[in-house]
Design a protein around this ligand. Structure first.
Ligand SMILES: Nc1nc2c(c(=O)[nH]1)N[C@H]1C(S)=C(S)[C@@H](COP(=O)(O)OP(=O)(O)OC[C@H]3O[C@@H](n4cnc5c(=O)[nH]c(N)nc54)[C@H](O)[C@@H]3O)O[C@H]1N2
Ligand SMILES: Nc1nc2c(c(=O)[nH]1)N[C@H]1C(S)=C(S)[C@@H](COP(=O)(O)OP(=O)(O)OC[C@H]3O[C@@H](n4cnc5c(=O)[nH]c(N)nc54)[C@H](O)[C@@H]3O)O[C@H]1N2
Ligand code: SF4
Ligand SMILES: [Mo]
Length: 745
């Protein structure tokens, strides 16, 4: 396939000038500051090193941190602009209590009253409806220490089984598949392995916009002559430079990967020694794809048979290769199977445990890696231990100093918690660092559910659209105000350093949680005086586990620019590359092939809803947008959701670029300007999901879950697209959610 050139102008038009043009010396370069703090970006899982500049107790700018090895000073537009959020007018600085008579919906209230009310409502609801009728939803923009604390707080502070986290919408399909096939859940490689790969295969990841720093690693591989293969229904910016583009129909990845495995077997592009000595289950996996001929694969995926064969040839004959995947293959009712089908390709060709070889997920949220290890998942205890395993329970009880019977059992997952709120089983909710009104599928359902809660308390630094439904809002801390560790996309544990104190009466998240535990009569389990003390306990709790941090200290992290777990002792160097010597994390050391048969998505197109909808991200906005919709230069870059649509589909529907279109599904409908682009399949439309209210893409998506990982199928819905009107007179729909009150204007 011909390479499409990407001009500097194209890049600037799409990403803004800052991707390539870091102002020398950083933003606000000339100004005198009181101090500079080496820390990391608060946004995505790349966790770029950054130096924050602090003046008069505000973060006023940044400097690139060139020495930090992962990003070497590079930052994307979000990292460059993140400092603009800390002094935002909307910053919550005092606790709030719902007050329908106040125009804002809330009145300020003192900490004692707010906290006592939350504590007494938790105990009242549990007394009336049982311990699990109060649920907790947590998030992994939180540090490792806070993730650990939330798991312990829900189990011992509140005493509920129903705790889950926003990584349920993000990392869990990869997590379940990694554990099942490889025995551990972490990137198989440090990113320095990417440039050593002869083939880089990217499946369902918009690398240039969502893991921007990874782009430079991929380009370094290409500079060495590596082949780049991209599988995506959209020709993403990175895909425009690919050697082979596999423009598959949404929801068909396991068919694509299964067909590639079929071709590898047919053409004997297998690593027989590796399969025999280091894996089990190949026969079953091979049998599952026996009928997956290129012709069949082409029919199901919409990718020409020749291209699938080419992908198999390149992947199978290359000495080294890395397959990187993200939510494009994971946000599915078969997200786990999709990941397993990718891992099968790595195992079949022996691409594990060597430089430049691996199959790995690109994490999403800032602490998407660490946050999925320390026990705030509904089925998990710290160290990625199982809450249903008696030995694991005993061990954690010994660390926590409680009786094993005090630790509740397995609870339900994030979407299931919302389902149980909707059906009245769960009556009370505490959220921290999670905005389900924007981020869960089927917005109308989520809002209905929240309206049924007897008590809802939210901890955040902005009044996000979910917190707007709360009875009590507790002002917590921003990333740059707290101290702790985070684990990056590579599995590198890094140190977050505080640049300033929380403003006004806002408090550090962990102090709020420990105070609440105290008011619940459980303070003895939460005696911490600093987050470092929480980390020290986390080290002990993770010792000997599948996510072993025992040998990592804060000092080591600072000295060594991060430490890769597993790191079982202080004299252990850490483990950048997993599975060296092809030893996998099972007692027999062998990886598991998994038989994967293709099955269709939960909802398929029909006459009434004839177009596939897929959802995702744009570079300048982050997740539910609570933070980035408040940063003006990022808003200016992409102010509202646009509906990407192919010229042929647009023409058949009488739609021109900029026309307002209505997109409707069985759940709801929304309007957005059309962005007519030739870079999307003609049977598919794409809408980014970072906005709330009438601009929320999740009005259209469905609550269907992967049966194993319980991730929602954000990447496939059936919709109808209609033209509403020509372009709006003003270029942007100014009607929006009022960011202060959550009210639709
Ligand atoms: N700018 C920005 N960066 C971010 C974030 C953000 O909000 N904004 N969020 C962070 C987080 S939490 C996450 S999880 C990551 C997400 O990072 P990505 O997963 O890279 O981002 P998405 O846009 O969700 O989806 C990726 C790609 O999947 C494609 N896709 C859709 N359906 C399918 C399908 O069925 N099969 C395949 N193969 N591809 C499909 C989409 O076209 C899209 O290009 O990004 C992180 N980085
Ligand atoms: N349609 C569709 N929906 C999706 C996706 C998609 O691709 N398509 N992607 C899904 C994915 S991958 C993800 S990760 C989710 C994300 O969904 P959410 O987790 O709901 O999104 P966030 O914007 O991270 O919301 C986090 C909230 O935490 C707050 N916050 C951030 N840091 C801190 C902190 O340190 N302390 C406190 N107290 N609060 C903090 C922010 O202000 C924000 O209000 O969305 C999911 N939803
Ligand atoms: S958003 Fe991600 S890629 Fe961008 S600067 Fe922050 S950590 Fe780096
Ligand atoms: Mo995510």
């Amino acid at each position: 396939m011909a390479r499409l050139p990407v001009s500097e102008e194209d890049l600037v038009a799409r990403f803004g000038p800052h991707l390539n043009e870091m102002p020398k010396g950083g933003w606000n370069a000339g100004i005198e500051v009181d101090r500079e703090v080496k820390t990391h970006c608060c946004f995505c899982g790349q966790q770029c090193g950054i130096i924050l500049k602090v003046k008069d107790e505000e973060v006023v700018g940044f400097e690139p941190w060139y020495e930090f090895p992962f990003n070497e000073g590079k930052l994307c537009p979000k990292g460059v602009k993140r400092y603009l959020q800390n002094a935002h007018d909307d910053r919550l600085t005092e606790p709030l209590e719902r007050d329908p008579s106040d125009p804002s919906g809330f009145r300020p209230v003192d900490w004692d009253r707010a906290m006592d009310r939350v504590a007494s409502e938790i105990r009242r609801i549990q007394a009336e409806h049982g311990p699990d009728s109060f649920a907790v939803l947590s998030g992994v923009s939180l540090s490792n220490e806070k993730s650990y604390l939330m798991g312990k707080f829900a189990r011992l502070g509140i005493g509920t089984a129903n705790l889950d986290y926003n990584g349920r919408l993000c990392m869990v399909s990869a997590g379940k598949a990694n554990m099942a096939a490889l025995g551990m859940d972490r990137a198989s490689n440090p990113w320095s392995d990417i440039p050593l790969a002869d083939v880089v295969f990217i499946a369902g990841s918009n690398v240039a916009e969502c893991s921007p720093i990874t782009t430079s690693y991929v380009w370094r591989a290409r500079d060495r002559g590596a082949k780049l293969i991209v599988a995506d229904p959209r020709v993403t910016p990175l895909a425009r430079t690919a050697d082979l583009f596999l423009g598959l129909r949404p929801g068909t990845d396991s068919a694509l990967m299964g067909t590639i495995l079929h071709v590898l077997i047919e053409r004997d592009l297998l690593d027989h020694d590796f399969i025999e000595n280091h894996t089990v289950g190949f026969e079953e996996a091979a049998a599952a794809v026996a009928g997956y001929t290129p012709a069949w694969g082409a029919e199901v995926t919409g990718v020409p048979a020749g291209r699938i064969e080419q992908a198999a040839e390149w992947w199978g004959s290359a000495a080294t290769g890395m397959l990187l995947h993200a939510r494009g293959i994971e946000h599915h009712t078969k997200g786990v199977e999709n990941v397993l089908s990718c891992i099968n390709l790595g195992l079949a060709t022996g691409k594990f445990g060597k430089p430049g070889c691996g199959v790995t997920t690109i994490t999403g949220q800032g602490n998407g890696q660490g946050g999925r290890e320390h026990g705030h998942k509904c089925d998990q205890l710290p160290g990625n231990r199982s809450i249903s395993n008696p030995e694991h329970r005993e061990f954690i009880a010994s660390v926590w100093g409680c009786d094993e019977s005090e630790i509740p059992g397995e609870g339900v997952s994030a979407q299931e918690i919302m389902n149980q709120i909707h059906d009245g089983t769960i009556k009370g909710l505490l959220t921290i660092c999670f905005n389900p009104v924007v981020s869960l599928p089927d917005t109308n359902f989520t809002k209905e559910a929240l309206g049924r809660l007897e008590h809802y308390a939210a901890i955040d630094f902005f009044l996000n659209e979910t917190a707007f439904h709360a009875d009590v809002v507790l002002p917590g801390s921003l990333h740059e105000e707290d101290e702790g560790t985070s684990t990056s996309v590579e599995g590198r544990v890094i140190k977050l350093n505080p640049a300033k104190a929380p403003p006004g009466d806002a408090r550090l998240d962990w102090e709020i949680i420990c105070d609440l535990a105290d008011r619940l009569g459980q303070g003895r389990y939460f005696p911490y005086r600093s987050t470092e003390e929480i980390f020290e306990e986390l080290r002990v709790a993770s010792a000997g586990s599948k996510a072993d941090y025992a040998g990592i200290t804060w000092d080591r992290i600072e000295d060594e620019m991060g430490v890769f777990w597993p790191c079982p002792s202080e004299d252990h160097p850490g483990t950048p590359r997993l599975y060296e010597g092809a030893r996998f994390a099972f007692p027999d050391g062998k990886a598991r092939f998994n038989a994967v048969s293709y099955r269709p998505p939960a909802e398929v197109v029909d006459q009434e809803y004839p177009v596939w909808l897929t959802t995702g991200r744009v570079i300048s906005q982050y997740l539910s947008g609570t933070q980035t919709r408040r940063i003006k230069p990022l808003v200016d870059q992409y102010p509202e959701p646009l509906c990407e649509i192919h010229p042929r589909l647009a023409e058949s529907l009488g739609i021109a670029d900029g026309d307002v279109v209505r997109v409707s599904s069985r759940r709801g409908s929304m309007e957005a300007p059309a962005k007519v682009v030739a870079t999307i399949r003609p049977d598919t439309v794409f809408i980014p999901y970072h906005w709330a209210g009438r601009k929320a893409a999740n009005q259209l998506t469905q609550r269907a879950l992967d049966p194993v990982s319980k991730i929602p199928e954000f990447k496939v819905s059936a919709v109808r697209v209609e033209r509403v009107s020509g372009p709006r007179s003003g270029s942007v729909d100014q009607r929006d959610m009022d960011l202060k009150t959550g009210a639709e204007q």
